[in-house]
Design a binder for this molecule. Structure first.
Ligand code: PMV
Length: 312
């Protein structure tokens, strides 16, 4: 029988700390119940079956094959993903992690998460320029993470033992795929930082404070405080210039009915801003707002398992 290896890795959301995390501030991330699956088997020619971004898949494949010294191998690779692409849910990191892990498994390397995460980070770097590494780390280890990049060689993270069942029900609304890539949004913030270093640093410091407040609020299951921090966080992201007008309008509407929401991930300003994280004591209010605007919305489960080998 031909050997087939099947591996999956989760997408993620950033509860607090996006963009600031690129500048060494902490972030809280969570793996979500949307996964990307990679299956690999030997073939007579190289084949990729992927509904989106076959170039990205090819790039990740070649990167890992080089790292393993297996460039000459011919493989049939199939990708199936439940994660919306380019919308702040870490689809590219999940691809990098799942591809690395699948090739490790295929070539009988130890399933060493530290190594898998390191290679996935290098793939992310080639694609985004200067990622924090938070996305690939969350996709690798799963759960909830406190993450901080102190320096290129020192990326710290700590699993947080939050019980998802006891946390508020978050709703994700897709405001539309941003025209900009994550790398372009990170560069946009970099330019702001260069132009207005003092004000931008101040925003990052406020985001750090909000992230710390959220850490305690999540631990204490303080819904009021969780909502307050999400609202504050959104204002700070708007000041950083990463939220587009249509996302701003949706978020205002959510606030108007007593809820809160924030952009989740890199954001976008030219068109959509990707996923927003919404919270309302009656989650149906958020689902209705999304439905009226014809936007996809779904309840999300947080704290899911990281990269894993699937049965065939
Ligand atoms: O939109 P995403 O899923 O690529 O998340 C990006 C998060 C940033 O903080 C903007 C960049 C990073 O590398 O952490």
């Amino acid at each position: 029988m031909v050997k087939t290896v099947r591996v999956s890795a989760p997408g993620k959301i950033i509860l607090s700390g996006e963009h600031a995390v690129v500048y060494g501030k902490p972030a809280i991330l969570a793996a979500v119940n949307r996964r990307l699956f990679v299956s690999i088997k030997k073939s007579t020619k190289n084949e990729i079956i992927a509904s989106e971004s076959p170039e990205l898949v090819e790039f990740a494949r070649d990167f890992v094959l080089r790292a393993l010294g297996k460039q000459k191998e011919k493989l049939k690779i199939k990708i199936f993903s439940e994660i919306p692409v380019g919308s702040g849910m870490g689809s590219s990191a999940a691809l990098a992690v799942a591809m690395t892990a699948a090739l490790f498994k295929f070539f009988n390397q130890p399933f060493n998460k530290e190594k898998i995460n390191e290679i996935a980070y290098e793939i992310e770097k080639k694609q985004h320029g200067n990622p924090s590494g938070g996305d690939n780390t969350t996709s690798t280890y799963g759960g909830f993470l406190w993450y901080r990049k102190e320096a290129e060689f020192l990326k710290l993270f700590k699993p947080l033992d939050f019980d998802f069942e006891k946390l508020p029900r978050f709703v994700l609304i897709n405001t539309g795929r941003p025209l900009e890539t994550t790398g372009e949004m990170v560069t946009k913030v970099r330019k702001l930082y260069e132009k207005k270093p003092r004000q931008t640093e101040e925003i990052f410091q406020k985001i750090e404070k909000a992230t710390k407040k959220l850490l305690v609020a999540l631990r204490e299951k303080n819904d009021g405080e969780i909502g307050e921090v999400i609202r504050e966080n959104e204002q700070l992201l708007e000041k950083l210039g990463v939220v587009g007008n249509s996302a701003k309008r949706i978020i205002k509407e959510i606030e108007g009915v007593g809820g809160v929401a924030k952009v989740c991930g890199a954001g976008g300003v030219k068109e959509g801003s990707g996923i927003i994280l919404g919270f309302h004591p009656r989650k149906n209010s958020l689902l209705e707002i999304a439905k009226e605007r014809n936007l996809s919305a779904f309840e999300v489960k947080l704290g899911e398992e990281g990269v894993k080998i699937e049965k065939n």
